[in-house]
Write a protein that binds this ligand. Structure first.
Ligand SMILES: Nc1ncnc2c1ncn2[C@@H]1O[C@H](COP(=O)(O)OP(=O)(O)OP(=O)(O)O)[C@@H](O)[C@H]1O
Ligand SMILES: [Mg+2]
Length: 142
């Protein structure tokens, strides 16, 4: 499914709509270059999944992972940009996340061979040469 987003609010709305279809065990891989809106998308997902529209959702740039108590299960938000070896994910709660959480991953290429076979792949890219527009492609290989 391909969406066009005109601004940050649009992107948040698209993410919140997707949140309604999620269940424990789902893995969402957020693709896209620096500043494309991966954290914006993840923030709206997490706010919907926690039922807390005002909850602070910082980028896990340095912490690498942030966890949240979701309404149906724990939520794990990863930003793997700074990991050096894929194995580092196992020190970041990866097995627990896959077992009973909803897992959201920025920079999923860093997972290497640990990329789950079943995932929702979300790709954000520029659109129309407009700095505020994004194409958001949501693909499932589950
Ligand atoms: N249509 C849009 N959707 C999402 N963000 C947008 C849009 N238009 C402009 N922006 C802006 O783009 C920026 C996206 O930042 P964000 O931190 O979400 O990117 P990111 O992909 O997570 O980057 P990083 O790779 O550094 O983690 C924000 O400043 C946001 O306001
Ligand atoms: Mg980010």
């Amino acid at each position: 499914m391909k969406h066009l987003s005109d601004n940050e609010k649009d992107t948040s709305r698209i993410a919140a709509a997707l949140a309604e279809d999620l269940q424990p065990g789902n893995v969402l891989l957020l693709h896209g270059t620096l500043g494309m809106g991966k954290t914006v998308f993840a923030r709206a997902l997490i706010r919907a999944l926690t039922g807390r529209p005002d909850i602070d959702v910082p980028s896990p740039t340095f912490t690498l992972v942030q966890t949240y108590d979701g309404l149906i299960c724990p939520i794990y938000h990863y930003d793997l940009y700074r990991i050096e070896h894929p194995e580092e994910i196992f020190e970041l709660g990866w097995d627990d996340a896959l077992a009973d959480g909803i897992t959201i991953v920025e920079w999923p290429d860093r997972l290497g061979s640990y990329k789950p076979r079943l995932s929702l792949d979300i790709t954000l890219s520029n659109a129309d040469n407009d700095p505020n527009k994004r194409e958001i492609l949501i693909e499932t290989n589950a």
